[in-house]
Design a protein around this ligand. Sequence first.
Ligand SMILES: O=C(CO)[C@H](O)[C@H](O)COP(=O)(O)O
Length: 249
Amino acid sequence: MPAELSPIDKAKFVAAKRATDFVEDGMRVGLGTGSTAAWLVRCLGELVRDDGLRIIGVPTSSRTADLAREVGIKVVSLDEAKWLDVTIDGADEYDANLNLIKGGGGALLQEKIVATASDQMVVIADISKQVETLGAFPLPVEVVPFGWQTTKALVEETLVRLNGDTPYVTDEGNYIVDLHLKRIGNPRQLSLVLNQIPGVVENGLFIDICDAVVIGYGDGKVEVRDINAGTVEEDHLDFVDEKNMFSDL
Ligand SMILES: O=C(CO)[C@H](O)[C@H](O)COP(=O)(O)O
């Protein structure tokens, strides 16, 4: 029997489950990274196994690739898929314009490349990720290992301050440094400035990339906000149904 889910996991689960509605038979799907994206991968795996859904998945990290294969999703590289119908991924923060901070799981580079190579990007998140102004979540910046302390000092000079001396190592062998900015007044400009610093590979600000957000709540409520259509749809999903659960929880 599956263990009882916490309200936050229920929220992540219902957001992920509802987001599978964006996926149709034959699609090439970008698969995000993180705990919410892992729910999505499991939900899609269930549809592949039980309903015969045929999709090709392009994972955004080695972790997601392992999980996707484990649940029976056919995995190819972005170069093989070339262009994707939809990418569904989690986020650390989203604002009213659906600009995002991503990369809390250290996968921002692949996530940004895959999302940009998609007709549509859909974010799945619990309501706690919604913010008025981006920046409370430390902004991850991926830097090359060569001279990373110097790059970090340059970023510090350009911006405010940087915490943490032991960098996280990404799938590409790069480092992640986190910017504790508290509030990002102009995310578009900050993103451009950061990416001009030599040694910076990419940053976790996703500007004008996300098309829709599926927001999950602990009671099973789901909201789908589409920034292009300007619509908000409400739904309710039942997570007590055992059919929706996974035996490894
Ligand atoms: O950007 C990410 C990984 O690089 C994740 O999508 C983000 O950190 C959200 O993670 P979670 O769904 O576990 O809260």
